[in-house]
Design a protein around this ligand. Structure first.
Ligand code: SAM
Ligand code: SF4
Length: 457
């Protein structure tokens, strides 16, 4: 039969296998390779490839204009180690186990340094950043919360529970996870036979296991469970003394009216939360991070504090123990209410909470100005708070700001905005007095950083 030419849709690049030497690591710990030679007549591209290290010669497959997947390491780096977790090659939960923890930590500090330089936060040729020792975590068994994906395999009549593969919807079944507290996967394994029936498993979205004062299971359900299914979960709950919560699109319900779990603050105060609320995943490092925020802010009994992006009051409650008053601001109404309730339970009359969108905050929303600000935004950062700071008269601005960040790029952008404030057009109103990385997520590329900024006068 005659073959006719059919024009191809533009932009659909053909995947190729290439060889290259890795030139560096980006802020997501992806290897940077510059295309060697011409690829199908195009200009060589820079691509980002997970799993390789600077100096290594690799073979990779192109998957997009700037992406590729690692196929083979032809010349390994001496920094490479065998990953401690047997699921590492498939599981998307960790992406930095192929180097040891000190490499991970120094890479993370270097990323922050480079981003601060890029955003003009400081000039490396004239003034080094005042780095403090990193807050270093246990390298394994540090997670007190895990989320597992779930799929019912209809043909095999079997439930699959595990972590997602990187950039894929596939699930890797795991019996244990090296970064999670041991109790978490153990309890999931015990619950498995109860969930492994089509009447429950087909209605599950995902599962979370959380360990604070007690173990809690949160089941995300996509449809109502039958009475019998609920009864079997309740029987297991009673037998194991472990609370189960069901989360649907519209509500979060504890089975048998299970009570709220709580985290304990550095002063022994109880921070109650619902299983759907934000909770810092690394309990040990969280304690040290909160203590350091307090040391850096150094609140006095005469000072007022704003805790922006407050969650359930992780920083607000210990700050309220030391300051004259604290206003916690949180976007999720329920969590702001929880902070208020946590203030009451711990008999703190000087802590109030406001539910507000911090992208859009104005000083009248906050009533009186505060002497100290604590900021702990999610990844998009705190642009709205930066706008607020800029609009304030210099004398209304805080004496000190501690910024806790889980995204170094938005941190660099926001810190650049703070050090760029100049009331007298010459010198900055604020300088960075201390900063450090916080090892919140060992074995992954995620970077947590704390920065303390002090007002000049
Ligand atoms: C990284 S968590 C920190 C929570 C708390 N500081 C802690 O240590 O547990 C960030 C918090 O910011 C809140 N948040 C995110 N975007 C917000 C916004 N635009 N306005 C107010 N709060 C926001 C989230 O709901 C979340 O509770
Ligand atoms: S998330 Fe757990 S199971 Fe997955 S690679 Fe990391 S340690 Fe292993």
């Amino acid at each position: 039969m005659a073959q006719f030419f059919k024009p191809q849709k533009r932009g659909k690049a053909v995947s190729k296998t290439l060889k290259a030497q890795v030139s560096g690591l980006d802020h997501q710990a992806r290897a940077v390779v510059r295309g060697s030679g011409k690829e199908a007549g195009r200009k060589p591209q820079t691509r980002f490839i997970m799993g390789a290290l600077p100096g290594e010669v690799i073979q990779y497959k192109t998957t997009g204009k700037h992406s590729g997947t690692l196929e083979r390491i032809l010349e390994p780096s001496t920094d490479r180690r065998d990953a401690p977790c047997k699921y590492y090659e498939q599981c998307g939960g960790c992406d930095f186990q192929h180097v040891d923890e000190s490499y991970q930590q120094s890479h993370k500090q270097q990323v922050v340094e480079e981003l601060f330089q890029k955003f003009g936060v400081f000039d490396a040729t004239t003034e080094p950043l005042p780095w403090q020792a990193p807050l270093v975590s246990e390298p394994t068994r540090y997670r007190r919360r895990v989320r597992l994906a779930i799929r019912w395999l209809g043909k095999e009549q079997k439930l699959l529970i595990g972590f997602r593969e990187a950039q894929s919807h596939q699930i890797v079944a795991v019996e244990d996870c090296l970064v999670a507290e041991e109790s978490l996967l153990q309890v999931v394994n015990r619950l498995y036979p109860v969930l492994n029936t089509s009447s429950i498993a087909t209605k599950l979205g995902h599962l979370e296991a959380i360990q604070t004062n007690k173990l809690v299971i949160l089941l995300r359900i996509t449809d109502d469970l039958t009475k019998e299914a609920i009864q079997s979960l309740e029987n297991w709950q009673a037998e194991q003394n472990i609370d189960i919560w069901l989360q649907s699109d519209s509500e979060l319900t504890p089975l048998n009216n299970a009570s709220l779990p709580f985290d304990t603050s550095i002063d022994g105060d109880k921070l109650y939360f619902q299983p759907g609320d934000f909770l810092q995943v690394n309990g040990g490092i969280n304690e040290r991070m909160v203590q350091q925020a307090i040391d850096w802010l150094a609140p006095e009994k005469t000072q007022r504090v704003y805790d922006f992006f407050a969650g359930i009051g992780n920083f607000s409650v210990p700050l309220a123990r030391r300051a004259q008053s604290v206003l916690a601001v949180e976007g999720v109404y329920r969590m702001a209410e929880q902070t208020r309730s946590n203030a009451e339970v711990n008999e703190l009359t000087n802590l109030d909470a406001l539910a507000a969108d911090l992208n859009d905050i104005t000083s009248p929303d906050l009533a009186e100005p505060a002497d100290l600000w604590c900021l702990d935004p999610a990844r998009p950062g705190a642009e709205g708070v930066m706008k607020l700071l800029k609009k304030l008269k210099p004398e209304q601005r805080p004496e000190r700001i501690v910024y806790v960040s889980c995204a170094p790029d938005t941190l660099a952008r926001d810190v650049a905005a703070i050090v760029g404030l100049k009331s007298n057009k010459k010198t900055s109103d604020y300088r960075i007095s201390k900063l450090c990385t916080v090892d919140m997520f060992p074995q992954t590329h995620h970077i947590e950083t704390m920065v303390c900024l002090e007002r000049a006068s």
